[in-house]
Design a protein around this ligand. Sequence first.
Ligand SMILES: *Cc1c(COP(=O)(O)O)cnc(C)c1O
Length: 365
Amino acid sequence: MQSQAIAHIDLAALKHNFLRVKQLAPNSRVMSVIKARAYGHGAIQAAEALVDSDAFAVARLEEGIELRLAGIVQPIVVLEGVMTNEELQAAADYSLSPVFHHVSQLELLLSTDLNKALSFCWLMVETGMHRLGFPQEQLSDALEILNISPNIIGEVGLMSHFANSDIIGDPRNQQQLDVLKQCSDAYKLPTSMANSAAIFSLAESHGGWVRPGIMLYGASPFSDQTADDLDLKPVMRLTSVITAIQDLKAGDEVGYGGDWQANQRCRVGIVSIGYGDGYSRQLSNTGAVIIHNTKVAVVGRISMDMIIIDLSDVAANVDIGDEVILWGDAQLSVDEIAQQANTISYELLCHLNERVKRIYHYGEN
Ligand SMILES: *Cc1c(COP(=O)(O)O)cnc(C)c1O
């Protein structure tokens, strides 16, 4: 028995979800998004399992360097690009492909003499999100700089990002897409716009390159469709164990603040996971877990290292050391827990920290 939280990562499920991307966008190349340690699953392991990806995307330079040092050979796009001459040089040294989204980055390009040119570069186009990117009217100047710079070889692509693709049929999606289409028609350049939600719901946006993130990890990008509805398989099963059992009488309070009180004789279990592992404190008095194939409630406040669960429905046969599933079970998806925590699966997955051991397997275990 290991008395700690473990994220069991199923690399076969990851591959299954990647094949879903290929089915949905058969004519596009796939840039698998593995930023933030592959949404908490481990970037190197995810990259190795997603070997059929045509490219990878990370958010930060350091994330790209880590993958290169681990021997990943595909193009690696750095979505946030670079901010200094040193970072630009590092991108070149490690054959990374920074996105150019701001005029300050073009100035770096003009003021640095790279000893190796960058390739597979992308220009971010502002189409409605107002986060990163060049407005349409600045595109021609920006592309001119990329074209004449000896620091860049090969074709540059046009990238943009949806602000509302999780809302199927929202007119703002089509508006954003129309702006990018105008640009790609004008400059005859490849495009990349579709994230997971758009891969499912807006085929017209697939373009040359799709950029799946959350769907690869087997969670749903939509609040009203489950991963199962979308034929995605959960990649992470998060487990821990019962470390203590308490028998309570009516009126006994549990945990900090006594936020939960027994209204009759009952039994609760203490589970070794808490906000110190990245398990959301928002789940206080509202979350659920699976024990012995039964869904039971999280009671009281989440502590740093522990949570408390109600064992009333399973009390007879629960023992110290028994496994508890926090999410990733057929009966309890990370999306359901995210709703209980008033957030999205992305956040719960990314928040799991290094205190949670990752164990990798292929298929059932
Ligand atoms: C994170 C990210 C993605 C992936 O989005 P999902 O919703 O996880 O599929 C795609 N493109 C950009 C620019 C991103 O930042």
